[in-house]
Design a binder for this molecule. Structure first.
Ligand code: UN1
Length: 500
């Protein structure tokens, strides 16, 4: 078990440079969502007192780390990437056991962390500022980046390794210290991640790991006056509350929230490819990605044939434990997720026609986990609740359109704007899609999932608040821009006055 192996089966926080018990001595259980009788261990149910200790330590860590040269910080992150690569198989198995998705997918999750590490490491030798001409003679004008301070990172269950790396690696390479609060469903993967950072040579007080629940640990991080930066991935409702509190405290807050992503299929598309795309986009990760395909927009001429092929393929997907190489679709994360999906599928019977799946899967071994059949709902009207609200499960709403302009309208009428996809062989439509679909990412002839670590990731409207993860943009989020003017003229030069 990660987290210091303090006692067998008992996870720990990492605070003050040591693996420690929660101050109040409370713990929560971490169970395998594919088989509830598999108790992985218990982890600290921390509270505001643990957060306070973490802030104290992270403040000391920041003083050490900010004066470490950025290329040296990058070297630590590169070693963390090497260690992730070395332990990829082991971490994938840990993540599958606590999160449920298949090993193929958790390997991808770890790979995304490795990619993020190597990109971040190289940024340690860039972190560009600008040197520009001054309007006055014998004077230099330049900008450069400075770290901000202690960053509170609140991460979700669905990418237990990749999303902590998306936030922590750029924050660290920029010279900040970090307090990580992982989702309570996936504490083991987060503990191993912190072990790896330490083994890679990160000074211990630069990283703090505080396990527990959002209402207790997350809320304390967001409200703490000495945490100037908060990065959160999760629901739009929680994100709104974080932004409100963060706004009052003048915090820098990055929010990565819900999605209601559509795949649009034109009649000229390669339909086999579009079919493979929607099966992966909608049912990969059991639909639990913010980028998951939850709407399929079909041109009315191809709807009949496409839906019948989709139903046939979706019905053949094998549910099961993600550890089993035969499994296509793992369980949902917990009972609350399962109940939410069940409520939406009840509604689906009134808002459309359930043509595939639609039930909790309880046969044999499946009865021990949170399994739900891949579900396709046909004939859904634009504006229906199942076509506009985020379900975060294996439920796909199929809608039709008469022309591309209508598809764009349907795509854009939801409150979210993360990802979109269009299948066509028409170059004009492809470029129009990239331009007109109101999402942070548009894929042409590829599904709505599968963003790469070295490009900016994020969305519009209720999906985000203007920041991006990944790529080059996240380095703006984790740094403060400082400007220096150096006047070597030896006399007073008054800007805007002496030169005009
Ligand atoms: C998420 O669902 O929160 O683009 C992140 C993708 C993955 C990341 C998803 N690379 O689907």
């Amino acid at each position: 078990m990660g987290g210091g192996e303090a006692r067998r089966g008992v996870g720990a926080n990492f605070i003050g440079g040591a693996w420690v018990e929660p101050l109040a001595g409370r713990y929560f259980e971490n169970r395998n969502p594919a088989r509830r009788d598999d108790l992985i261990g218990v982890w600290p149910r921390s509270d505001a007192a643990d957060v306070e200790a973490a802030v104290e330590s992270a403040g000391r860590g920041f003083e050490i780390w900010r004066s470490t040269p950025a290329p040296a910080r990058g070297d630590v992150i590169r070693r963390a990437g090497d260690l992730l690569a070395k332990r990829k198989e082991e971490i994938a198995a840990i993540a599958t056991r606590e999160m449920g998705k298949t090993l193929v997918e958790t390997r991808g999750d770890v790979q995304e962390g490795i990619d993020t590490a190597y990109y971040a490491a190289s940024e340690g030798r860039r972190l560009f500022g600008r040197t520009v001409p001054s309007e006055l003679p014998n004077k230099w004008a330049m900008s450069f980046r400075r770290p901000i301070g202690v960053c509170g990172l609140i991460t979700p269950f669905n990418f237990p390794l990749a999303i902590p790396t998306w936030k922590a690696f750029p924050a660290l390479v920029c010279g900040n210290s970090v307090i990580l609060k992982p989702a309570e469903d996936v504490p083991h993967t987060a503990s191993v991640f912190v072990e790896i950072l330490l083994e890679a040579g990160l000074p211990p007080e630069v990283i703090q790991l505080v396990h527990g629940f959002g209402e207790e640990v997350g809320a304390a991080l967001v409200a703490h006056p000495r945490i100037p930066v908060i990065s959160f991935t999760g629901s739009s409702e929680t994100g709104r509350a974080i932004a409100e509190i963060g706004g009052r405290l003048y915090k820098r807050v990055s929010l990565e929230m819900g999605g209601k992503n559509a795949q649009i299929v034109l009649p000229d598309a390669r339909l086999d490819l579009a079919l493979d795309g929607v099966l992966w986009g909608a049912f990969g990760t059991t639909g639990q990605r913010c980028t998951a395909t939850s709407r399929l927009l079909l041109h009315e001429d191809i709807e009949e044939e496409f839906v019948s092929r989709l139903v046939e393929r979706a019905g053949r997907l094998r549910l099961g434990d993600g550890m089993n190489p035969q499994t296509d679709v793992g369980p949902l994360i917990n009972s609350a997720a399962l109940e939410k999906v069940e409520r939406y599928v009840d509604l689906a019977h009134t808002e459309g026609e359930v043509v595939c799946g639609g039930r909790r899967a309880c046969d044999g071994e499946l009865a021990h986990g949170f399994f739900f059949e891949p579900t396709v709902v046909r004939g859904v009207a634009a504006g229906a609740r199942i076509a506009t609200e985020e379900i975060f499960g294996p439920v796909l709403s199929v809608m039709t359109f008469a022309d591309f302009a209508e598809a764009v309208r349907i795509n854009n009428e939801v409150r979210y704007g993360l990802s979109s996809s269009v299948y066509t062989r028409d170059a004009e439509i492809a470029f129009r899609a990239a331009n007109e679909l109101e999402t942070g990412i548009t894929y042409v002839n590829a599904p709505t999932i599968g963003a790469e670590a070295h490009l900016p990731f994020g969305g519009l409207k209720d999906t985000g608040n203007g920041h991006r993860e990944g790529g080059w943009e996240v380095y703006d989020f984790y740094t403060e821009t400082k400007v220096a003017y150096v006047d070597y003229s030896g006399r007073l030069q008054r800007a805007q006055i002496d030169n005009y």
